[in-house]
Design a binder for this molecule. Structure first.
Ligand SMILES: *[C@@H]1O[C@H](CO)[C@@H](O)[C@H](O)[C@H]1NC(C)=O
Ligand SMILES: *[C@@H]1O[C@H](CO)[C@@H](O)[C@H](O)[C@H]1NC(C)=O
Ligand SMILES: *[C@@H]1O[C@H](CO)[C@@H](O)[C@H](O)[C@H]1NC(C)=O
Ligand SMILES: *[C@@H]1O[C@H](CO)[C@@H](O)[C@H](O)[C@H]1NC(C)=O
Ligand SMILES: *[C@@H]1O[C@H](CO)[C@@H](O)[C@H](O)[C@H]1NC(C)=O
Ligand SMILES: *[C@@H]1O[C@H](CO)[C@@H](O)[C@H](O)[C@H]1NC(C)=O
Ligand SMILES: *[C@@H]1O[C@H](CO)[C@@H](O)[C@H](O)[C@H]1NC(C)=O
Ligand SMILES: *[C@@H]1O[C@H](CO)[C@@H](O)[C@H](O)[C@H]1NC(C)=O
Length: 339
């Protein structure tokens, strides 16, 4: 477990995946990091892999990358239990979220955000805090992507086939919202420059209206659900989309909804930043956040008790070096095979 954790972190330097899409998640985390104050920047730095030099957004898609064979060839099977943490599904066209109906035993994105928030406030060991942080930054992004609070029958838009901009290759509604439309926007309107796009979203964030209850997850979910029920499922010709046929989406749809996903990226970044500021320990303390009871790993977790802090660090360093070597050899072997 410890081994596969660091292996993935290192190998992520070389291998990439897409969720909100790589870019969407990276924007959300970068926005959040730009909002950090007080002890939060140092706290985040202490929980970010050293080779990223404090750049948390490089870990924004970790929670996706652990799930797939192409990004986590040796360990993806061990993480499949986290799949349901990426979303909520509600009954079709029921435009409200009911925790007892849609998040049984807290197994959904809402439960996961509460869980990993709590774990960051508890005195767990360093590696569990890192893990909790990487899950949290990803899920706060996902919950702002309306398709992650989508309908049950089409798996949050995954089985709604769409043809985007007359392209021959089909995609699906979920994927289009995760990344297809963001990519198109950057390509069409930002000269393919994602830094420029980040600056633009940052501008939206600082000008954005901040509603009351901005820290309330229920509020985030109900906003996403409203976009699902009022905008996302209507095609170019304002027909309701479903899994029974392929729908064409072109400029008409795109121009209508891009302001929505941009508002969502900005809101996700702002809220994640505020959340991390709240979670950061009082300055001076380099250890875990103060509040909260000592929480042991949830039952069913296979994680063993871990050694004291300094021992962990040493162990870590050794493992990092070892994994770096393995990782290098792994990449090399792939490269050689391709050549
Ligand atoms: C941080 O990492 C992200 C994603 O890998 C990258 O796009 C961004 O440019 C990096 N930022 C800095 C300041 O290095
Ligand atoms: C959604 O479901 C709840 C019960 O779970 C029900 O009270 C409500 O009326 C439903 N709303 C719609 C729009 O179907
Ligand atoms: C809470 O986190 C722990 C540790 O990753 C995990 O074992 C458990 O399944 C999580 N529970 C929920 C509801 O997210
Ligand atoms: C898609 O096809 C329609 C009808 O042929 C055309 O009017 C439209 O300009 C095309 N859009 C794009 C983005 O190619
Ligand atoms: C992309 O945009 C950034 C920020 O506006 C700018 O500094 C950079 O030079 C641009 N890159 C390219 C290749 O145009
Ligand atoms: C699209 O359809 C929905 C309901 O089917 C309706 O509420 C909305 O006003 C329509 N929008 C336009 C632009 O016609
Ligand atoms: C699917 O959508 C099409 C177009 O809006 C509609 O004609 C059809 O009745 C829908 N099918 C179902 C099962 O809802
Ligand atoms: C979508 O566009 C294709 C041509 O690009 C057309 O053959 C098809 O009928 C259209 N589908 C719908 C549902 O309008």
């Amino acid at each position: 477990m410890l081994f596969s954790f660091s292996f993935i972190i290192l190998c992520q330097t070389f291998l990439h995946v897409y969720g909100w899409g790589g870019i969407g998640h990276s924007i959300v985390v970068q926005l959040a990091q730009s909002q950090l104050t007080g002890s939060a920047p140092e706290w985040i730095r202490s929980l970010t892999p050293w080779h990223w030099n404090g750049n948390l957004s490089a870990m924004a898609s970790w929670a996706d990358s652990i799930l797939y064979a192409d990004t986590n060839p040796t360990g993806f099977g061990n993480w499949q239990w986290t799949r349901p943490f990426h979303y909520i599904n509600v009954p079709d066209w029921n435009c409200s979220y009911d925790v007892n109906r849609d998040c049984i035993n807290d197994v959904c994105i809402d439960g996961a955000i509460r869980n990993y928030t709590k774990r960051l406030q508890s005195s767990l060991d360093h590696i569990q805090h890192e893990e909790a942080l990487y899950f949290l930054i990803h899920y706060v992004g996902d919950i702002h992507q309306p398709m992650h609070t989508g309908f049950k029958s089409d798996y949050g838009g995954n089985s709604v086939r769409v043809r985007f901009m007359n392209r021959t290759a089909l995609t699906n509604l979920h994927s289009l919202w995760d990344s297809g439309m963001i990519d198109y926007r950057i390509q069409q309107d930002f000269n393919r420059n994602s830094s420029k796009y980040y600056e633009y979203i940052h501008e939206i964030m600082v000008r954005q209206f901040v509603p009351p209850n901005d820290d309330d997850i229920q509020q985030w979910i109900s906003e996403s659900l409203n976009f699902i029920c009022q905008e996302a499922y209507f095609d170019d010709a304002n027909r309701t989309m479903n899994a029974s046929m392929t729908f064409n989406l072109t400029e008409n749809y795109f121009r209508r909804v891009y302001p929505i996903f941009e508002q969502r990226l900005a809101a996700g970044g702002r809220r994640l930043g505020a959340l991390l500021n709240r979670l950061a320990p009082a300055s001076g303390s380099t250890q875990a956040p103060v509040s909260g009871s000592t929480q042991t790993p949830a039952s069913g977790s296979t994680q063993a008790p871990t050694p004291p802090h300094s021992a962990t660090d040493k162990l870590y360093l050794n493992i990092y070096i070892l994994t770096a070597v393995f990782c290098f050899e792994f990449i090399l072997s792939i490269t050689l095979r391709i050549i």
